[in-house]
Design a protein around this ligand. Structure first.
Ligand code: BGC
Length: 377
């Protein structure tokens, strides 16, 4: 019995040491570890549920308290959630925003001296925060462009027998969508200029052509919006050609586009166009393995969450952040941290291109739930 109580006393002591490491030293009241508020934009794109869970676990591992909220692609709703975090005394907010309507909540956080980390998506048109952590989003787009380049054998193709593609972009309210698109077009534009590649439907050369970019963008990354646009294209602009490829900005939209194609006799039975993606969602990796979707981009969001929480910890402790596994955006992509009102420090992780040959990479990295992993085996 005596032995047991000694063990218990030791365990309690070790436990409180754990708190002192993060939460309590981190500026929380003496009775409670500090609170970190985690606001994720949506659940209809699967990755965010993983991000929310990963962030919460990483925050708690460092001895802080965590609250997670999902905004359902509704910025007013997310602002309410952010206000709740502030009311609950949060020391720091990790925010994956929906659109720049988030600014009023970020301004309130700044007024309360609560630090904000823009997570994955830059918070635009705000000067009220200092840190952003994400992947090299231009490179994500370059990988998508390279997917079409390889899948359509563009290097060997000639303008006598051009390949036909159509272009989709992500949400016009998500700054990432522009980086993905511009990265992809940096690979594709030379082929379009030489006539090897022909674009069916609107062709913004870059996202700076706002009028045409809006026409190919997909409000709030909603799959039904992309599916309807693809059906309309197939029945109109693309009615008299066979599409060889589709630039799709993420997996959720790629699968919607593939669904629309499969309902069209021209593309059924193994005749799908080369369709790109992003996020290495289980359904898309399975589709790649089975030869339907052509590629995706794996962004190890568990690593992103871990790095974001390390950044949070160092900010709360007043340290100058040093985040292993990331590089600070500079040179050509320094603008990745440009909100329009300020250049914030942008920490970047590296994405990985996934095709049929290396589909196992996200599986080996532990990216999938046990149920998803079982479906992939
Ligand atoms: C993220 C992507 C995601 C998309 C839709 C982007 O901001 O970077 O990973 O697919 O939002 O949720």
């Amino acid at each position: 019995m005596k032995k047991l109580s000694m063990v218990l006393i030791m365990l309690v002591a070790i436990g409180s040491l754990g708190f002192a490491k993060g939460g309590q030293q981190g500026g929380g009241s003496s009775s409670q570890p500090a609170l970190v508020g985690i606001a994720m934009p949506e659940t209809h794109v699967q990755r965010w549920q993983k991000d929310g869970a990963n962030l919460k676990a990483a925050v708690e591992k460092l001895g802080y308290r965590a609250e997670v909220a999902y905004g359902d692609a509704d910025q007013n709703r997310q602002n309410q959630q952010l206000q709740n975090f502030l009311t609950n005394g949060a020391k720091l907010l990790i925010v994956g925003n929906i659109n720049d309507g988030v600014n009023s909540a970020i301004a309130d956080a700044a007024q309360d001296k609560v630090a904000v980390i823009a997570y994955d998506r830059l918070i635009m048109n705000s000067a009220d925060y200092d840190y952003y952590i994400t992947f090299n989003n231009f490179k994500v787009g370059q990988f998508q462009g390279q997917g079409l380049e390889t899948g359509l054998k563009l290097k060997e193709a000639s303008s006598d027998a051009p390949k036909y593609i159509t272009l989709f972009a992500g949400s016009p309210t998500d700054n990432n969508a522009k980086f993905f698109f511009d990265g992809a077009m940096s690979v594709l534009n030379p082929y379009i200029k030489s006539g090897v590649l022909r674009v069916i439907g609107p062709y913004p050369e870059t996202s700076a052509d706002n009028a045409n970019f809006q026409r190919i963008a997909t409000e709030n990354w909603q799959a039904p919006v992309a599916k309807t646009r693809m059906e309309n294209l197939l029945n109109n602009d693309a009615a008299n050609v066979v599409l060889d490829g589709v630039l799709a900005p993420n997996d959720t939209l790629a699968r919607a586009i593939i669904e629309a194609c499969l309902a069209d006799a021209k593309y059924a039975d193994g005749k799908l166009p080369v369709v790109t993606g992003q996020d290495a969602e289980a359904d898309s990796v399975l589709s790649i393995k089975n030869g339907q979707q052509y590629m995706t981009v794996f962004k190890d969001t568990a690593k992103l969450a871990e790095a974001a929480v390390l950044l949070a910890d160092q900010i709360i402790k007043g340290q100058d952040p040093a985040i292993p596994g990331t590089t600070l955006a500079s040179g050509d992509i320094a603008s990745i941290g440009d909100t329009g009102k300020k250049r914030v420090k942008a920490y970047l992780l590296e994405p990985v291109i996934i095709i049929q040959d290396n589909w196992q990479i996200p599986l080996d990295a532990g990216h999938f739930t046990p149920e998803e992993a079982a479906r992939l085996k």
